[in-house]
Design a protein. Structure first.
Length: 133
């Protein structure tokens, strides 16, 4: 019998956009869950959400939250975020929206300016979550 804490499993939920390529929404390895990058796709339509950058960032965090919950966790267990923005002037909005999803101690985070993102999105965020902390 294998050790459950070392098992690897794929996480999937209809409450977040389905993968649009050769990847999984998330993969759990032991107590660590690696959440793939989310862009502001509405999971029902698979289209970018309408609205400004705040609406896009909010949808991304909603998508990440849905995947985290499907992995039997939550955003409070996220230890690392990587934020990709096509315009780094939107970074203050990331901070504002993020404050509605996270409380101290905040996860570690990187922010990277990129030339382009899939589907013409302005933001993408991926995460690492540790369960059972």
């Amino acid at each position: 019998m294998s050790n459950p804490s070392s098992a690897r499993s794929v996480i999937s939920t209809a409450l977040a956009p389905k993968a649009i390529g050769t990847y999984s929404q998330a993969v759990r390895a032991g107590d660590t869950v690696y959440l793939s990058g989310q862009i502001p796709l509405d999971p029902a339509t698979m289209e970018l959400v309408p609205g400004d950058i705040r609406a896009q960032i909010t949808r991304v965090f909603d998508n990440l939250e849905a995947v985290a919950e499907a992995a039997e966790g939550g955003l409070s267990e996220v230890v690392k975020l990587n934020v990709y923005l096509t315009d780094l002037s939107h970074f203050p909005v990331v901070n504002e929206v993020m404050a509605g999803y996270f409380s101290e101690p905040y996860p570690a985070r990187a922010a990277v300016g990129v030339a382009a993102l899939p589907r013409g999105a302005a933001v993408e965020i991926d995460a690492v979550m540790v369960l059972g902390r």
